[in-house]
Ligand binder design. Structure first.
Ligand code: ATR
Length: 262
């Protein structure tokens, strides 16, 4: 029987993971099945355990269960420990393992665009789980200065205080969204503003060379403003593919090329 995988979430209908993993499988010659699994909001643990008890090989976790998945794991990778969230699960010797591939997926997507990360200064807008998950992989990829701007300044300050000692190679700072200014190589929008249709205003004295929007398939005032300045932009589809490739690699030991799936 082929290896069984699934993505678990609530809702789950929108997930692109099954089609991505099937495409990777076809490209690499791996045999697998990959299904969507809707868990009730209070039923993540039971549904996840039933999947592995029935012989499931690996599971992706999406909103709103990534923090619960983190809490269930016996063994966590370093990047999952820092993210405090897990999007990739598997069983090994009866132990539940957890990793978080979102941040590396973002790094892979940015590198596939041929945008440089080494020795750069970047601005991340937003201080939620999406931001937390990407700091460590960005620093590992060579980013040396990260400013986190958030509507609620205290949340950005908390994140910086939490992560500073985990990434001693980089300087981290928190600012209020009202104080956006300065020069950056790259600006990443990690807020949920585009998802809820809200606008983000980028002031004239904020200068940057590249703009990455983590959301995809939604109108983004953030990207519109960058485009109107003639700056290269990307929405988050590459990050989605990137995190899926990293999960596929953990489970199957083969790494399809991101550029083949963009
Ligand atoms: P996620 O896990 O996707 O990061 P989250 O933890 O709910 O989701 O965080 C959402 C982020 O988007 C937060 O940084 C939030 O700012 P606050 O901490 O001030 O709430 C930010 N955000 C959401 N809507 C926004 C808007 N309209 N303008 C600016 N920031 C917004």
């Amino acid at each position: 029987m082929s290896k069984q995988f699934a993505v678990i979430g609530h809702p789950i209908e929108q997930s692109r993971s099954p089609e991505l993993h099937q495409a990777f499988a076809q490209k690499t010659g791996v045999e697998l099945s990959y299904t969507k699994r809707l868990a009730p909001l209070d039923g993540f643990e039971a549904s996840m355990k039933a999947f592995f008890a029935a012989g499931g090989a690996g599971m992706n976790v999406t909103i709103p269960f990534k923090e619960q998945a983190f809490a269930e794991c016996h063994v966590l990778t370093e990047r999952a420990q820092i993210a405090k969230a897990v999007n990739t699960l598997w069983m090994q010797d009866g132990q539940l393992y957890g990793d978080n591939t979102d941040g590396q997926g973002l790094v892979d997507a940015i590198q596939a665009l041929d945008w440089i990360l080494e020795n750069t200064s970047i601005l991340i807008i937003g201080a939620g789980g999406a931001t937390r998950g990407v700091i460590y992989p960005l620093v590992q990829a060579g980013v040396r200065n990260i400013v986190i701007a958030n509507r609620t300044l205290a949340r950005a300050e908390q994140l910086v205080a939490d992560l500073r000692e985990k990434v001693p190679e980089a300087s981290l700072a928190a600012i209020s969204l009202n104080d956006l200014k300065g020069n950056f190589d790259l600006v990443i929008n990690a807020t949920s503003a585009s998802l809820s249709g809200d606008a983000l205003i980028l002031p004239e004295n904020l200068h940057f060379k590249y703009a990455y929007e983590m959301a995809y398939g939604k109108p983004s005032s953030f990207l519109d403003q960058a485009k109107s300045r003639g700056i290269p932009t990307s929405e988050g589809y590459g990050m989605l593919v990137g995190q899926a490739i990293e999960a596929f690699y953990i489970w199957n030991g083969l790494k399809p090329s991101l550029k083949d799936f963009l």
